[in-house]
Design a protein around this ligand. Structure first.
Ligand code: UDP
Ligand code: MG
Length: 344
């Protein structure tokens, strides 16, 4: 069956129609940002893995505003093999949204999401498919060991999972990464989530369908290139994950609040000490002043917190489209809206 599918390149429709019906279809969604150089290496390993799955497969690259000729590369690939499709977003929207865009375009019975830099080994996909066949809706890659990461990053991730669970009530899948397989109904569920501020890891856990982890070796990024997730960016993702997105001026009020409170607190200690040692010049004045300053600071903090949430409400209320597509290669937008309207 595998072989016949492998050979069914163009006339797959008729050739293995029956097999495909029982086996289902598989789409792989891959967000790419300036990965022109790496795509060939990825496909060299991804194609055989997909062929061996025995499913009729397709690949959807999501060009997330690349500036390095990734799109030209994708056009060539699509021209040579119509199973390789792509959409190009109008600009860089960030990986989370690129993935959401890919999921809207994917129509297969099962959809794999993976990175393009081979940190998510394509050879793991057959194991994902097996778990999916067993009836799991979400199959996620679990990194066997995170020793490739720095200690603080590992500990940071662990602490974040714990805090996330406590604050949100949603338990993130331990050690999961964005290497996943989603069943059709899981994809439909994700597609119905219209949130602008997307924390995919949280959403995949939130939908609640049966999920299972598949351990895999996590290789270091090739060619000594660092991750694009610098600590600050990671911290931002964590914050977005917990509450959502940054509305900087509003957040500034929180920071100011903390600062003012601290200064007021130190000042208060100083005034108290001075009053105790040297007496009270104007009765009541020190207490009054420190109380005013301290509570002004506290109020700013909470105003800032409210602002954080208001900013988020504002983003959602504007209801801007999640992403804009500049070019579609071998995939079309018609289906996604239909899928959206009638999930499943
Ligand atoms: N990526 C993207 N948009 C971005 C950043 C990254 O589509 O704004 C893609 C990138 O091309 C890669 C994947 O997301 O396929 C993961 O990126 P990276 O390897 O830099 O991140 P990490 O491995 O640290 O998660
Ligand atoms: Mg990577």
């Amino acid at each position: 069956m595998t072989m016949s599918l492998a050979a069914s390149d163009t006339d797959g429709q008729t050739l293995a129609a029956e097999d495909r019906q029982s086996a289902g279809t598989l789409a792989v969604v891959i967000p790419v940002l300036n990965e022109a150089a790496g795509i060939d290496a990825l496909l060299a390993r991804l194609r055989p893995a997909l062929e061996s799955s025995g499913l009729a497969w397709s690949i959807i690259f999501v060009d997330d505003g690349s500036t390095d000729g990734t799109l030209i590369k994708l056009r060539q690939l699509n021209a040579n093999d119509d199973r390789i499709g792509a959409i190009a977003l109008s600009r860089n929207f960030g990986k989370e949204i690129a993935v959401a865009a890919g999921l809207k375009y994917a129509r297969a019975d099962a959809v794999v999401i993976m990175d393009s830099d081979l940190q998510h080994p394509p050879e793991t996909i057959p194991a994902f498919i097996e778990k999916w066949r067993e009836g799991h809706d979400v199959v996620y890659g679990q990194r066997i060991d995170r020793s490739a990461d720095s200690a603080w990053r590992r500990e940071g991730a662990r602490a974040f999972y714990r805090v996330f669970h406590i604050l949100s009530g949603t338990e993130l899948q331990q050690n999961s990464c964005d290497f996943r397989l989603l069943s059709r109904r899981a994809v439909s569920a994700i597609n119905r989530i219209g949130e602008r501020v997307r924390y995919n890891n949280g959403l995949f856990a939130w939908i609640g369908y049966p999920a299972v982890g598949v351990p895999f070796e996590f290789p270091p990024r090739p060619s000594g290139e660092g991750s694009r997730w610098l600590p600050l960016k990671l911290a931002k993702l964590a914050f977005d994950g917990l509450a959502s997105f940054s509305t900087v001026p509003l957040r500034l009020s929180s920071v100011t609040g903390v600062f003012v409170s601290l200064v007021a607190f130190v000042y208060m200690i100083w005034i108290i000490a001075k009053t105790l040692l040297f007496g009270d010049e104007v009765p009541g004045y020190p207490t009054l002043l420190t109380a005013v300053l301290f509570f002004a600071g506290v109020q700013l903090i909470f105003l800032g917190v409210i602002g954080e949430y208001l900013g988020r409400v504002y983003e959602e209320v504007k209801a801007r489209p999640l992403f804009l597509v500049r070019e579609e290669l071998g995939v079309s937008a018609e289906q996604p809206t239909a899928t959206e309207a009638t999930p499943r």
